[in-house]
Each structure stands twice: as structure tokens, then as C-alpha cells.
Ligand binder design. Structure first.
Ligand code: CUO
Length: 660
């Protein structure tokens, strides 16, 4: 009952976030929440004094300004509140302080602090945040939808507003807008960065570690880029080209979206180049990158204390990831800069680099909106190539690292679970999702609320299962790793494995128990550890919790619940109407060599959600293999690479319904 009450209050706190709190229960908490009155309730009273000071001095960001995590001043204020919320000794202190702070702060700045604190406090495990696209719908929708929503509010007519993807057919990039603008993917991306903030300070780790955060930064974005490339091929577009600091950004972008305060997101015309900003030049970017490339080539980096840190081992990718992102865990931010973060800022401000025209930040400056811009994938392809350069310096895996001698994968098949499915034929299609716009058009004092929703067309697929036939010499415990890659490139040539391996899309990874002799493993696509199911919509969630409080509905608290995770709908790339050929790779490795069990019980490992791209929030990631194994290293000989515990099968992905 306490849990449900807490859950309801969290939802109410985030409802209509840009308006002052009206809910009477929350109002009462707001009065008693001033943290200065009970400093003893915080592990870090200094943080409380600092934040309260900011509030009293009136130096916080105004409610109407666009909050940007990349703006140091905005971020420091956000972190100031986070440190207060995170250091509260008990749940009530945490929550009451949040209620007190909510109306005193910029709404999105508050939302960020509050969300990150909630996601990391052990006493908040299992609490659900509403979908990001319904807390701040402006960040996910286009201007025409928002306008229609206001109109509907005036006329008090419930409506369903269709949202089109931005751009026109004159822009080939528009063909993949369904991917970059997918609300689930943007929400995943925003949540990934809340689970692994670049500003996360090492000293927070006394109570909370961030295992392999730098490697995860590489791997999650590597997967996003690989998936984007597969979507491009599905739409007859060549794979994405990396941006270069001293070349033109060929594709422009018009977001057609507006902030809550009415300002339009700036657009970027075609063919403009990177510009010097008052505090950072293009030359700086080249210099920092040069140092990073030198370090990769040398095989070690220079830490700020003068020590050398080797990259030539399995931890190297983590060190490099922290440097490139750049995170507060970088071994030497002064020397290596913050290449990737600055790339976001440079793109965001490219049309007003001298800050002359007072434009708000571009989409690249928010993790909720960044992937709408095709330049996002170009930037990340560039960054991904740095990681590839490092990985390519490591020796290819040797047979003893790949082989599971007891195990032979005899056959692999994928089959749709709908009636009359053809084996190795996976169907994708477009269908509709509804987004509640209640938070976009709410105004205090309006008595009855009208039902206003946007409807977006989204990629989806028919559920399927993997059927893997395995022979084992004795009873063993294995880990099945499943990947997908396009078979042909844009020119129609077969992609050789040594090239295809860098574009592998991870579909699933799970433990398997094998008996001596023949085994048939089946696994449902829905169980994938890279995806999460569709979240409940905001109003449904409130309704559901209220009904549960009244005993009308059962509510199961899921302590494994994650907000980070690729949307399950996008598990498979779109394919082509006539069918597109992909290859599915299955490898079974030795559980006892791969899995670190110290932090986890076997049942935990089976239940951990979205482990693939989102790691874990606490403790060690159970799979000790490098992310992307065995495709993260060079493959010099296909024959030697293909050990008996691997198998590949061709699958066809037809896309049956285009209603974009
Ligand atoms: Cu996720 Cu660049 O790191 O957007």
C-alpha cells in the first residue's frame, strides 16, 4: 500500500509539470518539504545549503528558459538538486524535498534531477516513471501536432491528431525519419543517459557503482548506428557517412518542432560547416581528436596525474569510452577534452555560433530529441570509428577463446508465431501508437480535461521465436548470443564477414541449460534482453495505480523494471516490401567462463531486463565478455572464426504495410 501511494504521488508530481502543483496532498508536502529545516535528514548537508542558497538568491534558471544539460550552468543547478535528492536519508525526505523544489525550478531541469535521483535510489526500486514522451510531449512531437492540440483544447473536442514525419519526399533522409523520430527510441536514448549520466561523479560511487559505463557508451551507440544503417539499407539508402570537423555537414535538418515556451527548434540548411564557438574552436576539436587518435595508436592514454593507462586489454574500451564521451570518469579531461559532448553542442549551435540571435538550443542538445537529426548518426558514426580503430588494434580472437568444445550448434531456425508463418521469414509492418497530450495543453483551472492524443505510425513486427538445435557432449551451461546483419550492401554485393561484423545488431543473449545429447532451444522474440515492452500511457498508469489502491486491480512490483531499453517494436529492421535478406548468427559460449556470479543469483540473471544495451544499475554486469563479443574484434579468417558452436542462417524480412 505504501508502495502504491508512492507510485501515485510520483505520477502526480510529474503530471502537468509546467504548471504549479494543484493536487492537495502534494501541496501539503510542499509546505513541509523545505530541506533547510531538517539538515540532519541528508547525508550531504553541504549540498542542501548550496541548493537552498541558489533558490533564495533567485539565481536558478527561470521556468521559461530552455534547459540544456550541455550548458554548464544549467547542469550545475540540476546537479545541485540531484545531490540533495540523492543524499536524502529516507524516502519521505527525498520525495517531500522534490515536491518543495518542483515549483521553484525550471520544469525540465527539475524533471532531470528528480528522474535521475529516482532511478538511482535503492528505496525507489520498482517505481515507474511515465513515458518520457508524455511528460514533456513537446520534445517528441512536431509543431503542427502541438498547434492542433491547442485548437482542440479551445474547442473542447476530444481528438486524435495524426503526426507526420518531418521533411518531404524531396529529402531522401526522410525515408528513415520513422526510425530517428520514433518516440520509443528517443525515450530509450534519454533514459540511457539518465542511467549513465556523463556528469556522474566518481564519489557518488561509494554507494553506487557504474560498471563499464564507458564501454556501454560505446556499445549502445554502436548498436544505434548499426541499426540505423540496417534501416537505411531497407530504404535503399547507403550507410551513414561519418561527420568530419573540417568538412561540410552535407544534410541540413528542419525539426519542425517547438519548445514548451513557444520557441522553435532552430533548423540547419544544407552544406554548412562546423563553426567556432566563443569557448571552443573547430581547431580545438581537431586537436583533442588528434590526441585521442595518438593514444589509440600508441595503445595507452596519459592520465591527469602523469601515469600511463594501457588500452591494450579488455578494459581499454571502457577507458576510451569515458574519454571520448567525455564523462566525469575520463582519466584526463583537460588533455583529451570532451569530444563527443562538444560535437553535440557544435551541431546544436551551428546556425548561431556567436550566440547573436538568441536562438534556443538545437535538437542535438537534448538526448530526447537528438536522433531526429540525421547528423546525430553521422556524429556517432565518427565517434564509433574511433572505437573501431582501437578494437582493430587488438588481436583477433583465437580459436580457444571462441570454441565451446562440448557444444555443436546443428541448426538455427526462426519462425513467426502467427498462423501460417513461413520459417526464416520475419514480417515487419507499420501500425499506430497513441500519445497522450494532456501534459502539452493543460492549463490550471480548466475543469474538465478533454482527451487529446497524437497518433504516430511506427514500425513493428510479428512476434517470432528462435529454434536452435544443439548437440552437447555432456550436460553444460551455456550462453546463447544472437546477432543479425544485412547480407548485401547498398550495391547489392554480399558483405564479407570481416566487414559485416562491425554492423552486427544484437538481438538477444540468454543462458541455456544443455543436456548431454541433442537439445532443442526455443526462445521468444519478446524475451529479448535488448528491448523493453511498450510502456503504459500516463493517464492509464495513473488510473491503474488508483484502481490498485482501491483493490480493484492487482499490481505486481517489478524490481527488475527498467526504463532504458530499445523499444521492442524496433527489434527487427524494416526490411523491404519484396523481402530483404539478413543473416542471423548464433553462438553458444561457456556460461561458467562468461558469467560473473558474485553479484547475482542465476534467477536474477534470467530476469534482468534490457541488459544488452543498458547494462545494470547496480553491481557488475553479469556477462564478463566484451560487449559485442565475438564480433567486436577483427576477423581475419572466416574458416577459423566459425567454430562448431556457431551457426548462421539466412532470413528474409518483408515489410508488408507502408502507411507512413
Ligand atoms: Cu547518446 Cu551522443 O551520446 O547522444
Amino acid at each position: 500500500a505504501t508502495f502504491l501511494k508512492r507510485q501515485l504521488h510520483v505520477l502526480k508530481l510529474l503530471r502537468h509539470i509546467s504548471e504549479p502543483i494543484t493536487d492537495p496532498e502534494l501541496h501539503a508536502k510542499k509546505q513541509s518539504g523545505d530541506p533547510a529545516n531538517h539538515l540532519n535528514k541528508f547525508n550531504d548537508p553541504k549540498a542542501v545549503r548550496h541548493f537552498v542558497n541558489l533558490v533564495r538568491k533567485g539565481s536558478l534558471l527561470s521556468r521559461d528558459t530552455v534547459f540544456s544539460l550541455f550548458n554548464p550552468k544549467h547542469r550545475e543547478q540540476m546537479v545541485a538538486l540531484f545531490e540533495v535528492l540523492y543524499s536524502a536519508v529516507d524516502y519521505d525526505t527525498f520525495f517531500n524535498t522534490a515536491v518543495w523544489a518542483r515549483d521553484r525550478m525550471n520544469p525540465r531541469q527539475f524533471l532531470y534531477s528528480f528522474s535521475v535521483a529516482l532511478l538511482h535510489r535503492p528505496d525507489c526500486r520498482g517505481l515507474t516513471l511515465p513515458p518520457a514522451y508524455e511528460i514533456t510531449p513537446h520534445m517528441f512531437l512536431t509543431t503542427d501536432v502541438v498547434r492542433e492540440a491547442y485548437k482542440a483544447k479551445m474547442t473542447r473536442q476530444p481528438v486524435l491528431i495524426p503526426m507526420k514525419f518531418t521533411g518531404s519526399v524531396n529529402n531522401p533522409e526522410q525515408r528513415v525519419a520513422y526510425f530517428g523520430e520514433d518516440i520509443g527510441m528517443n525515450s530509450h536514448h534519454a533514459h540511457w543517459h539518465m542511467d549513465f549520466p556523463f556528469w556522474w561523479k566518481p564519489h557518488y560511487q561509494h554507494n553506487h557503482s557504474k560498471d563499464r559505463k564507458g564501454e556501454l557508451f560505446f556499445y549502445m551507440h554502436h548498436q544505434m548506428v548499426a541499426r540505423f544503417d540496417a534501416e537505411r539499407l531497407s530504404n535503399n539508402l547507403p550507410v551513414v557517412q561519418p561527420l568530419e570537423w573540417n568538412r561540410k555537414i552535407v544534410e541540413g535538418f528542419a525539426p519542425g518542432a517547438m519548445y514548451d515556451n513557444g520557441q522553435e527548434f532552430p533548423m540547419r540548411p544544407d552544406n554548412i560547416g562546423f563553426q567556432d564557438l566563443p569557448w571552443l574552436t573547430v581547431q580545438d576539436m581537431l586537436m583533442y581528436e588528434g590526441r585521442i587518435r595518438d593514444a589509440i595508436t600508441a595503445g595507452f592514454v596519459r592520465a591527469y596525474d602523469g601515469n600511463y593507462v594501457s588500452l591494450n586489454n579488455t578494459e581499454g574500451i571502457n577507458v576510451l569510452g569515458e574519454i571520448v564521451e567525455s564523462s566525469a570518469h575520463s582519466v584526463n579531461p583537460a588533455f583529451y577534452g570532451q569530444l563527443h559532448n562538444d560535437g553535440h553542442v557544435m551541431l546544436s549551435k551551428v546556425t548561431d555560433p556567436k550566440l547573436r540571435y538568441g536562438l534556443p538550443p538545437g535538437v542535438m542538445e537534448h538526448f530526447e530529441t537528438a536522433t531526429r537529426d540525421p547528423a546525430f548518426f553521422r556524429l556517432h558514426k565518427h565517434v564509433d570509428n574511433l572505437f573501431k580503430m582501437h578494437k582493430d588494434f587488438l588481436p583477433p580472437y583465437q580459436t580457444h577463446e571462441l570454441l565451446f568444445p562440448e557444444v555443436t550448434v546443428e541448426a538455427v531456425k526462426v519462425i513467426g508465431v502467427c498462423k501460417a508463418s513461413i520459417p526464416n521469414h520475419l514480417i515487419t509492418y507499420f501500425d499506430e501508437s497513441h500519445i497522450d497530450l494532456g501534459n502539452a495543453v493543460y492549463t490550471t483551472g480548466q475543469r474538465e480535461q478533454v482527451d487529446i492524443k497524437a497518433v504516430v505510425s511506427r514500425l513493428n513486427h510479428e512476434p517470432f521465436k528462435y529454434v536452435i538445435t544443439v548437440n552437447s557432449k555432456k550436460a553444460v551451461h551455456g550462453v546463447a548470443r544472437i546477432f543479425l546483419s544485412p547480407k548485401y550492401n547498398w550495391f547489392g554485393q554480399k558483405i564479407p564477414l570481416h566487414v559485416a561484423r562491425w554492423g552486427m545488431i544484437e538481438l538477444d543473449r540468454f543462458p541455456v541449460k544443455l543436456e548431454a545429447g541433442d537439445n532443442v532451444i526455443t526462445r521468444n522474440s519478446e524475451d529479448s534482453i535488448v528491448t523493453i515492452p511498450e510502456p503504459r500511457s500516463f493517464p492509464h498508469l495513473i488510473n491503474y495505480v488508483e484502481r490498485a489502491i482501491n483493490g480493484e486491480e492487482e499490481y505486481v512490483v517489478d524490481k527488475y523494471h527498467r526504463h532504458c531499453g530499445f523499444p521492442h517494436r524496433l527489434l527487427l529492421p524494416k526490411g523491404k516490401p519484396e523481402g530483404m535478406t539478413y543473416r542471423i548468427y548464433v553462438i553458444i559460449t561457456d556460461y561458467n567462463k562468461d558469467i560473473i556470479t558474485s553479484d547475482w543469483k542465476p534467477e536474477d540473471i534470467e530476469n534482468l531486463s534490457s541488459l544488452g544495451y543498458c547494462g545494470v544499475l547496480e553491481g557488475k554486469i553479469p556477462d564478463a565478455r566484451p560487449m559485442g563479443f565475438p564480433f567486436d574484434r577483427r576477423i581475419t579468417s572466416e574458416e577459423e572464426f566459425f567454430t562448431q558452436n556457431m551457426k548462421v542462417v539466412d532470413v528474409t524480412i518483408p515489410n508488408v504495410k507502408e502507411n507512413r
